[in-house]
Design a protein around this ligand. Structure first.
Ligand code: HEC
Ligand code: HEC
Ligand code: HEC
Ligand code: HEC
Ligand code: HEC
Ligand code: HEC
Ligand code: HEC
Length: 413
């Protein structure tokens, strides 16, 4: 009996030991098995090996910034196409784009959206293209992209917000055309895309496109930061995260200039998505400009070039884009807020225009209406209908802050 008992306990001990050793070996091989929490899902990987994890992972620790960011034009500048994100109409009567040689009809089939093509002078038939990706938050308009296998193309039908109608995509002819979408087009409208031949082809890994201008486009891929702070909830100073406000003014401006200083098509180093905050943008890309172009910066997409030509900028050592803009908030049409920014510098000893000479009584204190007026863009325009002889253009707020003659001030804010 005693012997049996002893053997029984010995056996039990052995079983316990083997179980613990197995568990130990398993844990060493799979250190994070206790929770996926410490292993956030990687959405894409930058050329430098750093991982993107997306803004949803930031929510738990930066809740306020996360929720206000969802409302920005940046966050909404690209998305998967669906009934919430597509602004153009699929209702019969307002679902047609009629051009000289071709007619497009937009059709909705339950949760899918299609562009049908009818050629006017040919028997040719082409299958419909689906609306797969939306580009543009809709402030001015939207353009749509379609997949053919893993190749990305731009649809010819675009949406024009002010006229609430379908228009021919800017730069397209009046016959049917398919335009491949390369990095050079989407580099400013998505956070990161995994292109099979970066910078050139239009073949992408569909699952690895991070839509919108998301946190990590300005703050660099943040997987390490997230993992560290999840493991160290007590840590109160940021780890593995660049402090943007301690960078030099030029490096801070570069964060915004990568998308707001013209098309920068002259790629000197890396690919369109290579540049990361903290680096010297001019080492990566430049604009190809003629002398005339550099004298006449267009209001579309070159806020950087215009602002840096202004006296306000040149005569202050600290001004950058965040002097007036909070990158985490939608501040469109918040005129009072922007005017306050002017009077932060232009009051007391700093010069302001006198009420009589500037008729500022009638305009109230709306500094930006006179000194940052809306100006017609020379570079983007679209034809609303084929019969239109006048091209409809876009009025965009200029960032060349100066004294304008009355006739230059076109629209009210
Ligand atoms: C588990 C918590 C946690 C998560 C998740 C997290 N952060 Fe942080 N983050 C912190 C802490 C703590 C700080 C330091 C205190 C502060 O500035 O709020 C910080 C600071 C920052 C800063 C300021 C850095 C500085 O010193 O100026 C930025 C920018 C930032 N985080 C971006 C992000 C982004 C982008 C994400 C999502 C991809 C993210 N964080 C996810 C905890 C987190
Ligand atoms: C260098 C950066 C850059 C590139 C490249 C670029 N865009 Fe844009 N795009 C912008 C900016 C910035 C705006 C906002 C308006 C402005 O500043 O003039 C904008 C506005 C738009 C809008 C209107 C958005 C809205 O919500 O009103 C559409 C649509 C658009 N772009 C489509 C495209 C397409 C299609 C391509 C490629 C052929 C392209 N963009 C290439 C930066 C860029
Ligand atoms: C368009 C670029 C841009 C985007 C997108 C962006 N940020 Fe920022 N963020 C900045 C800049 C620039 C600063 C520095 C602000 C300053 O210097 O005043 C900053 C500062 C911060 C800070 C530290 C200061 C503060 O305001 O608390 C945190 C934290 C932060 N960002 C988190 C985020 C998170 C989380 C997201 C996404 C939900 C995000 N940011 C999206 C540009 C951006
Ligand atoms: C990855 C490219 C990218 C970066 C980086 C970027 N922007 Fe933008 N920004 C855009 C695009 C694209 C739009 C047009 C969005 C739309 O309406 O679809 C835009 C729109 C804006 C608008 C207009 C918002 C509105 O409500 O219409 C402001 C203001 C702005 N950006 C400021 C900034 C500032 C300040 C920074 C730097 C902190 C910055 N951007 C960095 C691409 C970028
Ligand atoms: C960071 C401080 C700062 C801010 C903010 C600022 N300015 Fe200025 N601004 C200056 C300085 C400095 C000068 C050059 C000296 C002067 O004329 O007072 C200047 C010059 C000007 C001039 C004369 C330009 C010329 O070409 O003669 C106008 C007009 C002006 N600012 C309007 C504005 C308006 C409107 C705003 C708001 C949208 C604004 N400023 C925001 C600092 C600032
Ligand atoms: C002196 C203040 C000031 C500074 C500095 C400034 N902005 Fe602006 N920005 C404005 C005002 C005012 C508006 C108009 C807002 C509105 O219409 O609601 C604006 C609008 C914009 C728009 C939208 C243009 C449109 O009409 O659709 C973009 C994009 C933008 N800013 C980008 C930038 C970038 C990038 C920088 C840095 C290079 C910058 N801003 C610096 C005051 C400023
Ligand atoms: C109705 C249009 C109008 C409005 C509104 C307006 N200004 Fe002016 N501003 C002018 C004109 C015109 C001049 C040139 C004549 C003058 O000096 O009065 C001028 C000149 C200036 C100068 C240069 C002064 C100098 O002597 O070099 C500054 C700085 C300035 N304005 C800032 C502001 C600020 C800040 C606001 C808002 C509080 C504002 N302006 C509102 C039209 C306007």
């Amino acid at each position: 009996m005693q012997i049996l008992n002893k053997r029984f306990f010995l056996n039990c001990g052995l079983v316990v030991m083997i179980t613990s050793i197995t568990a130990l070996v398993y844990r060493c091989k799979n250190p994070n098995v206790e929770s996926d929490y410490y292993n956030p899902v990687v959405l894409a990987t930058h050329f430098n090996g750093e991982h993107y994890v997306g803004s949803e992972t930031c929510m738990e620790c930066h809740a306020d910034i996360y929720s206000s960011h969802l409302k920005t034009a940046h966050y909404n500048t690209s998305a998967i196409a669906n009934k919430e994100t597509i602004l153009g109409s699929f209702e019969p009567g307002s679902n047609v784009l009629d051009l000289e040689y071709v007619k497009f009809t937009m059709e909705r089939k339950s949760d899918s959206f299609y562009q049908h093509i009818a050629y006017k002078n040919r028997l040719k038939k082409t299958p419909p293209s689906s609306f797969d990706i939306v580009i543009g938050s809709g402030v001015m308009g939207q353009t749509y992209l379609t997949w053919q296998g893993d190749e990305l193309f731009q649809l010819q039908s675009s949406y024009h917000s002010p006229a609430d109608t379908w228009v021919n995509s800017p730069g397209f002819p009046t016959y049917a055309l398919e335009r491949p979408v390369r990095d050079g087009c989407i580099k400013c409208h998505v956070t990161f895309a995994t292109n099979r031949t970066p910078g050139q082809g239009n073949q992408y890994d569909k699952e690895k496109i991070i839509y919108g201008v998301d946190c990590e486009r300005c703050h660099r891929p943040a997987a390490k930061h997230v993992v560290y702070h999840r493991k160290h909830p007590e840590a109160s100073t940021a780890k593995f995260m660049l402090k943007i406000d301690s960078l030099s003014r030029q490096r801070r401006l570069d964060v915004c200039a990568q998308c707001h200083s013209g098309s920068r098509t002259n790629q000197l180093k890396g690919f369109p998505f290579s540049f990361l905050t903290g680096e010297d943008l001019n080492e990566y890309s430049r604009n190809i400009t003629t002398k005339k172009q550099s004298q006449e910066l267009d209001v579309h997409g070159n806020q950087y070039g215009l602002l840096t030509s202004s006296e306000c900028f040149k005569q202050t050592p600290t001004m950058d884009c965040t002097t007036c803009h909070n990158p985490h908030k939608n501040q469109r049409r918040n005129t009072d807020y922007f005017n306050q920014k002017c009077t932060q510098c232009h009051s007391g000893n700093v010069k302001t225009c006198s009420a009589e000479t500037s008729q500022s009584k009638t305009m109230g204190n709306d500094c930006i209406a006179c000194h940052m007026p809306k100006i017609r863009s020379q570079s983007i325009s679209i034809k609303l209908t084929e019969k239109d002889s006048v091209e409809s253009s876009f009025n965009i707020r200029t960032h060349l802050i100066k004294i304008y003659a009355n006739q230059e001030i076109s629209g009210k804010p």
